[in-house]
Design a protein around this ligand. Structure first.
Ligand code: PLP
Length: 400
């Protein structure tokens, strides 16, 4: 019989995948479910990107590539980093992988020894703690507060650092909060980091261009160039270019760390798909109209969703500056009673109530390390969003 390795016992499947499975089950049983759990753009991959992939296939670009990607892709990544942050990286500072997710995993695998601590501000993307555990590190969750817009402050960072701290994971714009660290806030964190030279920063910037502030989210690597070698910038094409299924992400940072990631990559998947690399290169150095068109659409949906939810007694949505999620404070619903007599004791109960009584699927805040909240995704059409919010309002109104 199957006996899993010890490291397997430390982790669980992603809660977002579990939520998606529950929605599929209910739909298969004939229920109409408005699904606000999805973490991927509802847009199609732009045509010029698809055509670049088709051209690559026809040109025979169907073989292994260098571990760190084709020269064409690396040039496109260097160009994208220059465009969004004004940072000049060199070829030896770039690693590529099957999504930002794989690159983050390999970065942790390359650096974390048993007992090493990785600071993860909450609310956090669900995968960070389990990726740290899978690599035998210790996730240290740092709670943020409403006063700072659920962003890590310099004081919180200083208090959390120990002599075992290896990494700080910073995710801006954040999933699920949508919060963007301003240059001043990043500079305050940099001041703390300068006092702790052993701490590196994994800056997950996968949503950096889905920003409602008028410019891409700033990067610590650009704000504090003196720390650049301690910052691993991670990004990818999944979210910005509606390319989640192509599985292409990248990292930029210290060449020694990047070399270690590449060594692990050479022993895991050798390289990401050559076809996806051609598509990603076209996304990064081709026309950027898709971003110019999609970001205002996300922003309209955000505004509609924030207005709708803020009008519901008992719900307080955080207004996101970027990404496509709304994190909704539902503390006021805890203790209320459903029409069938169940008392809501947690954000999981709230989520189940919304699923049962409103037919709306959202993800409970406990998955993101901050309760009681729930996350809705607005990477879906406006009709679904408005119908879902009406249904949520009704289901909340039915509570006593
Ligand atoms: N980082 C964050 C914060 C995310 O939300 C996601 C996807 O949900 C990823 C990284 C991974 O993206 P991908 O592996 O598709 O590049």
């Amino acid at each position: 019989s199957f006996r899993g390795a010890e490291r397997l016992g430390r982790i669980k499947p992603s809660p977002s995948t579990a939520a998606a499975a529950r929605v599929r089950e209910l739909k298969a049983a004939g229920r109409r479910i408005l699904d606000l759990t999805v973490g991927e753009p509802d847009f199609d991959t732009p045509d010029h990107i698809k055509l670049a992939a088709i051209a690559a296939i026809q040109a025979g670009e169907t073989k292994y590539t260098p571990v760190n990607g084709t020269p064409r892709l690396r040039q496109a990544i260097l160009g994208a980093l220059r465009r969004t942050h004004g940072i000049e990286y060199s070829d030896a500072e770039i690693a590529v992988g099957g999504g930002g997710k794989q690159v983050i995993f390999l970065a942790l695998m390359a650096t974390v020894d048993p007992g090493d601590e990785v600071l993860i501000p909450a609310p956090y993307w669900v995968s960070y703690p389990d990726m740290v555990r899978a690599n035998e590190g210790t996730p240290v969750i740092v709670q943020t507060s409403a006063e700072s817009g659920y962003k890590l402050t310099a004081e919180q960072l200083e208090a959390a650092i120990t002599d075992r701290t290896t990494w700080l994971i910073l995710n801006s714009p954040g999933n699920p909060s949508g919060a963007i660290h301003t240059p001043d806030e990043l500079e305050a964190l940099a001041a703390v980091l300068r006092r702790h030279p052993a701490v590196s920063v994994l800056s997950d910037e996968i949503y950096s261009e889905i920003s409602f502030t008028g410019s891409p989210a700033p990067s610590l690597a650009a704000v504090a160039p003196d720390l650049r070698h301690r910052v691993l910038v991670v990004s990818g094409v999944s979210k910005s270019y509606a390319m989640t299924g192509w599985r292409l992400g990248y990292a930029a940072g210290d060449p020694v760390l990047v070399g270690a990631i590449n060594t692990l990559q050479s022993q895991t998947s050798s390289c990401p798909s050559s076809i996806s690399q051609a598509a990603a290169a076209a996304a990064l150095d081709g026309p950027q109209d898709f971003l110019a068109e999609s970001v205002p659409v996300y922003r309209e949906r955000r505004d509609a969703a924030v207005a709708g939810l803020a009008a519901v007694d008992g719900l307080t949505p955080l207004v996101p500056d970027g990404a496509f999620y709304l994190y909704v404070d539902c503390a006021a619903l805890i203790g209320r009673t459903t029409p069938d007599g169940r008392v809501l004791g947690s954000d999981e109960d709230v989520t189940l109530h919304l699923l049962d009584h409103a037919g709306v699927a959202v993800i409970q805040g406990s998955a993101y390390g901050r309760s009681p909240f729930f996350r809705i995704s607005f990477a879906t059409d406006i009709d679904t969003i408005t119908s879902a919010i009406d249904a949520i309002a009704e289901a909340v109104g039915d509570l006593r």
